[in-house]
Design a protein around this ligand. Structure first.
Ligand code: OGA
Ligand code: NI
Length: 353
């Protein structure tokens, strides 16, 4: 399958007008479905997601910590998205991992092709769009997906890629580990609650590197269409370009991350586990005219064979289970085998009352 990186390069070098092939004209093809949503308006530009200060979350000062945990709980209830600052992941490592990922995409297409196709659970998978086998319209996005925990997998090229991404994924697990402690407390449980019930020590972690080349017709194409993430939490790192938007009150809110911050969002399995208290949120990635945008998302969840349902401690007589329990792996299979489509996968496990 032709990568969108190559498509973008040929749009630029061709003597024709800078036009994208009609197969990538997402908004034209999908406009009927999307028409209920107002595209970014002025009001949305000024809305900001909550900020969580990681250094407060791990503070030895109990008052400072519990205040931040409250904010974290509120961010999960009200938004399912927050910006994480003072997280302690060195800026040099963030820059290095972004550079390594750019280096991977700069490799010859033939090298990357060895990771194409194959099973949806292939530990290293490279491709374009989301599920190009079933999509009528392609996304303006190439991807690399690696399973990085409990076993680490990464392409061996370019040189240093594997070492750098492994170091980064380990740091991202440490950050997520602390966030899950704070979230456990915010749910009225002890700090290791989610670690225990979800067996986080052996949990599944996937690294997704998104590559969105500069696009001559950004208003027509789509990087990633509206979707929610599988797993408990996703940590997102991006290069200097913006593009992530989240859906709130029928508006697309653009996210403007502060320099050196991460964006964190709750996934479908957090929603299932908390019986809907901490819902996942629909988001998308738009593309831009100026330069290539690279993002690195790490999704963190329980082991792939864990069965996830609403936690016993978080349901009650007046709060009956609203979701069916489902094996994490089966849920992922469901999501990965179709086109990306909002929160439609959760619909399969939601119990209608
Ligand atoms: C994702 C995702 C957003 C972005 O990879 O699931 O939502 O801005 N990425 O790349
Ligand atoms: Ni996402």
């Amino acid at each position: 399958m032709l990568s969108v990186k190559k498509v973008a390069e040929s749009c630029v070098s061709s003597s024709k007008l800078e036009r994208i092939p009609s197969k990538y004209m997402y908004l034209k093809n999908k406009s009927d479905e999307d028409s209920s949503v107002i595209l970014c308006d002025e009001e949305a530009q000024n809305i900001t997601i909550p900020t969580i200060d990681f250094s407060h979350l791990i503070s030895s000062n109990p008052t400072q910590r519990s205040k931040e945990i409250q904010q974290l709980g509120r961010a999960c209830t009200d938004w399912g998205f927050f910006m994480l600052i003072n997280h302690g992941v060195p800026e040099t490592l963030r820059e290095e991992v972004l550079r390594a990922c750019k280096g991977f995409y700069d490799l010859p297409e033939e090298y990357k092709r060895q990771y194409e196709g194959g099973d949806i659970f292939a530990p290293i998978k490279c491709g374009t769009s989301f599920n190009a086998n079933v999509e009528k319209t392609f996304l303006w996005r190439d991807y690399l997906k690696c399973h990085v925990h409990p076993h680490f997998h990464a392409p061996s090229n370019p040189q240093g890629f594997s070492e750098t991404t492994e170091a980064y994924c380990k740091r991202s697990r440490e950050v997520i580990g602390e966030l899950l402690k704070g979230i456990s407390i915010s749910l009225g449980q002890e700090e290791n609650y989610i670690h225990k019930v979800m067996n986080i020590e052996s949990g599944f972690q996937m690294m997704v590197v998104n590559f969105y080349p500069r696009c001559p017709m950004p208003d027509q194409a789509m990087g990633l269409p509206p979707h929610s993430d599988h797993g408990l939490l996703t940590l997102l790192l991006q290069n200097e370009l913006e593009g992530l938007q989240l859906l709130r009150n029928d508006m697309w809110i653009p996210i403007h991350p502060l320099p050196n911050s991460f964006i964190v969002n709750t996934g479908d399995h957090m929603e299932i586990l908390t019986n809907g208290k901490y819902k996942s949120n629909i988001h998308r990635a738009i593309v831009n005219k100026n330069a290539t945008r690279i993002t690195i998302g790490t999704a963190h969840g329980p082991p792939l064979d864990a069965v996830v349902g609403p936690a016993t401690e978080l349901i009650g007589e007046d709060n009956p289970p609203a979701y069916r329990a489902i094996k994490y792996k089966d849920y992922m299979r469901l999501q990965q085998s179709k086109e990306l489509d909002g929160k439609s996968c959760l619909g399969h496990v939601r119990i209608s009352i």
